[in-house]
Each structure stands twice: as C-alpha cells, then as structure tokens.
Write a protein that binds this ligand. Structure first.
Ligand code: ZN
Length: 320
C-alpha cells in the first residue's frame, strides 16, 4: 500500500485561535481553528488522503479497502483505529475535564476510553495548564466543589514551556490553558466529561453542559505528581536526534529532529505516523516521494519497511 499524506478536519470552538489557519495554512470557513484532526478515523472528524490512488478518501475508507493488517500486529484486535492525533490551538482556556477508561467508555459511550498525551509546541509567557488534583479528595467533596464552583482551588495549576510533555491517563483531571499550542496523541475517542467551564457562553448564549455524574464516576482523586520532562534521553541517529517523549499501552511518541538524512523502518508491529511540527523536506520509500512541510501528516502502513526523510525538520513520530 502507498504511504498516505493526510489533510485534517478542522474544528471551530469558543476557545480556538488562528495559528492553524495563518501559520499552518489549513483552510476553513470558520472564524477560528481550535483543532486540526491530522490522523483520525473518528466519525466526528476524519482525515482525508491528499494525493495518489486514494485521493479524497478518508483514512478509514483506505484501511477498510486495504485490510486491518496495515495497522500492524499490535492492533489486530483493536475495535477502532487506535489513535487520534491533533494539533490544538488554545487562544482561550479549555474547560476542566476528565475522560473515562476503556471499560467505562465501552459500557457508557460505546467507544474507547481516552488516555492522551501532549507535546507543547508553543505558548505565551506565563501560560499554564491544569493537571490533576492538589490534595487527596473524596468523591462527595469533588462533586461539591463542582456544584459550588470552587473546583479551581483543588487542582494543580502548572506553568508550561515549549518542549514539555504532559501524559494524561484516563481519570486525570486536566485543562489546556490560554495561549498554548500543542500536539496531542490520544486514543481514538471523543468521550469528554466537562466539570468546570468558567461560566462561558457559546455563540447562542448558552452555558455548555457539565457532566458531573460521569466525571465523579471516573475521576482519579489522589494528588498528582507533576513532571513534564520527556521520558527518554536524546540520542543521535545519523543526521537525526531522537527523543522518546512518552507512551503507554496505546501509543509511543518520539520527537525526531533532523538536518540531513533520517532513515527509519515501519515494521510489522505498527504503522508509523509522522507529523511535521516544523521545517521542510521530503519522504521517500519504494519509489514514492512525498513533500513534507509544517503540518504534514503521514501514515506509513505497518510492514512498509525502510523509509528515508531528507530535510531540516522537526517531526513527531507515533506508533501504536
Ligand atoms: Zn482531554
């Protein structure tokens, strides 16, 4: 199967900025682009093939046509495409929220749970995010804090900088703060339980719904340790420097910074996603050549073998 270059679905929200439009060059009718769903088989926002045999098709349609083997042996039993990769541009802050685990989500939402991880691409001076609770809490206490609107007293508010890595297991309370641009890798799921929304109103003047009962069911209420460093050391590999950022049973994320030639392999276990965070260059494998630029999202099927990237680029590589 061909390597795919993908175009995202863009999402407009009350908190979105314009970086994805103005700097990444994505096109939308909306006033802002809060999220670009760059590697997605989720029904709420597919990614589309830009060129080649499958031009205009969704990633899901291609996988359906080619067979699940292109996802790799790690994913042969997964009920859905294993990951969803986005760039998120938060001009304003996001609601405080929590996601269910697989068991709860399959029982209540008929989809995967959601563990996610963020790689901070850029932020305004002093930008911060919310990560877990700052003291051990009981469920009734948590529910009362939502009810009384005092929840922000109970959460860790943590300053961030570009390069920070934030791993968010299901159950972890979290929120992206204002002025943050980040890449997100998550399980393919759209199950979000909102617990605090700063009393904001949408275009139609309505408060957004809170999902208190479900949030109380799934939230982790032990005080969280905060460490936003990459898990791995940087290692030189030819003209590239690779840094393992974070991972879990669902995905692994590696930052690849290259100036010259970077060779890698898409093995039998997993497909490889390359998301170009910055720079320009090209990717080649088996006679196929694809131009790479900021925002390019590349799907390399499992078992494709060796591929070569040439250029000066910063790339987020994800396997599942
Ligand atoms: Zn989230």
């Amino acid at each position: 199967m061909e390597i795919l270059s993908l175009y995202p679905t863009l999402k407009e929200t009350i908190w979105g900025g314009r970086t994805l439009i103005d700097e990444y060059g994505f096109v939308t009718d909306g006033d802002n682009a809060a999220e670009a769903w760059l590697l997605s088989c989720h029904k709420d926002g597919p990614s589309f093939v830009i060129d080649g045999k499958y031009k205009g098709k969704t990633l899901s349609e291609v996988i359906e046509a080619e067979g699940k083997e292109v996802l790799g042996t790690n994913n042969k039993d997964s009920r859905e495409f294993p990951v969803l990769i986005k760039i998120i541009d938060a001009r304003d802050k996001l609601s405080v929220q929590v996601h269910p685990d697989d068991e709860y989500a399959w029982a209540n939402e008929n989809e995967n749970g959601k563990t996610e991880a963020w790689y901070v691409l850029g932020c305004e001076e002093g930008a911060s995010l919310i990560y877990g609770v700052n003291h051990n809490m009981e469920r009734e206490e948590f529910a009362a804090a939502i009810e009384n609107g005092t929840l922000l007293d109970d959460v860790n508010v943590v300053k961030v900088k570009p390069g920070d890595v934030v791993f968010i297991p299901s159950g972890m309370l979290h929120a992206i703060g204002e002025g943050i641009l980040l890449a997100e890798v998550q399980q393919s799921s759209n199950s979000t339980y909102r617990v605090f929304d700063y009393m904001r109103r949408d275009k139609n003047g309505n408060l957004r719904e809170l999902h208190v009962k479900k949030a109380v069911d799934v939230v982790t209420l032990e005080a969280s340790d905060v460490n936003f460093s990459p898990e791995g050391e940087s290692e030189k590999d030819g003209d590239a420097v690779k840094t393992y950022l974070t991972g879990c049973e669902y995905f692994g994320m590696t930052l690849v910074e290259t100036d010259g030639i970077y060779k890698d392999i898409a093995g039998e276990k997993s497909f490889v996603s390359l998301l170009v965070l910055d720079g320009e260059g090209e990717l080649s494998a088996e006679g196929q050549t694809i131009a790479l630029r900021k925002g390019s999202s590349i799907f390399i099927p499992a078992g494709k073998g060796e591929f070569t990237v040439n250029g000066k680029l910063s790339i987020l590589k994800t396997e599942a």
